[in-house]
Design a protein around this ligand. Structure first.
Ligand SMILES: NC(=O)c1ccc[n+]([C@@H]2O[C@H](COP(=O)([O-])OP(=O)(O)OC[C@H]3O[C@@H](n4cnc5c(N)ncnc54)[C@H](OP(=O)(O)O)[C@@H]3O)[C@@H](O)[C@H]2O)c1
Length: 273
């Protein structure tokens, strides 16, 4: 039994107001999940909620049949997460699927990153994920699931992504340990490592890139809807490591079995300062 076989399951999606998180929310609403979106900006949350209400299959949103809720919180703040939990407890007594999708990226050389840009990437992408998971774990029942967003840059590092890569490698380690910790509770843990995905974050990342990072064309970004479908299929099939496209699966295979050759190829493939 998976979370997709449950009757009226509830999903909490951090970073659910935009990009991949919103694409997952869209698919889950269509599958009759109650959906809670957690992010910082209230206007974006309200806009996302209105869109989800427009696509709910039965139009029953807001009644007892299907709920869509938002909560404004910062995953990197314990205080903010505690308040979010208190607010949600009034309407929800369980979270069957926790999707940890909140994340930020700032592409630049290590010595060009400010203190705040380094801290932000680690605090939101890694510590924020650990804190949010700890805060909501007690609401996840047997047969529930946790999906953590890493990145292809959680499998290998690229110049310009030192802090981001470190956070995303950390997410893979965190997820691996958590999976074993939760085996006896029958809560499944999954980690997703997408390549470039066409989202607001991806667009901003490209605007922010220094010139030296633009010297080589990157492969076309995946649509967020495709990543969402691969995540749902990965959870249904009990996959721990969810690699949403063939190029990332090939890369993972090469890195495991031919690490030196892979490093040599990657050294030539991507821009360097
Ligand atoms: N797009 C890609 O190419 C790509 C590739 C690999 C992995 N990923 C990963 O996939 C995840 C989603 O990325 P995306 O491209 O969909 O990004 P996005 O469109 O920018 O969405 C990010 C979401 O996270 C929320 N968020 C950011 N900081 C937060 C915080 N401190 N607390 C709570 N919510 C926060 C944002 O809302 P607020 O700003 O309002 O809080 C927004 O809802 C990220 O973890 C990203 O690292 C993305």
């Amino acid at each position: 039994m998976t979370v997709f076989d449950m009757d009226g399951p509830t999903a909490l999606i951090t970073g659910g107001s935009s990009g991949i998180g919103f694409a997952i929310a869209t698919d889950l609403v269509k599958l009759n999940f109650n959906v809670i979106l957690l992010a910082r900006r209230k206007e974006l949350l309200e806009k996302a909620k209105a869109e989800l209400e427009g696509i709910a299959p039965s139009g029953k949103v807001g009644s007892s049949d299907q709920k869509i809720a938002t909560v404004s919180a910062d995953v990197s703040s314990v205080h903010s997460l505690k308040i979010a939990e208190e607010n949600l407890r009034r309407s929800f007594d369980r979270i069957d699927l926790l999707v940890n999708c909140a994340g930020v990226v700032k592409p630049a050389k290590l010595d060009d990153l400010s203190d705040e840009e380094i801290l932000n990437q680690i605090q939101i992408n890694l510590l924020g994920m650990m804190l949010a998971t700890r805060q909501f774990l007690k609401y996840i029942p047997e047969n529930g699931s946790i999906v953590n967003f890493s990145s292809a840059l959680g499998l290998f590092g690229l110049a310009g992504y030192t802090a981001y890569s470190a956070s995303k490698f950390g997410v893979v380690g965190f997820s691996d340990a958590l999976r074993r910790e939760l085996l006896s509770k029958r809560i499944s843990v999954h980690v997703v490592c997408p390549p470039d995905v066409d989202t607001p974050q991806f667009k901003k990342e490209h605007e922010d890139m220094p010139e030296w990072m633009r010297t080589k064309e990157r492969p076309k970004a995946l649509p967020a809807s495709l990543v969402s479908r691969r995540v749902i299929s990965g959870v249904k099939h009990g996959k721990f490591l969810i690699l949403p496209d063939i190029s990332t699966r090939f890369l993972d295979f090469m890195l495991r079995f031919f690490p030196r050759l892979s490093r040599w190829i990657l050294d030539g493939m991507f821009p360097k300062p």
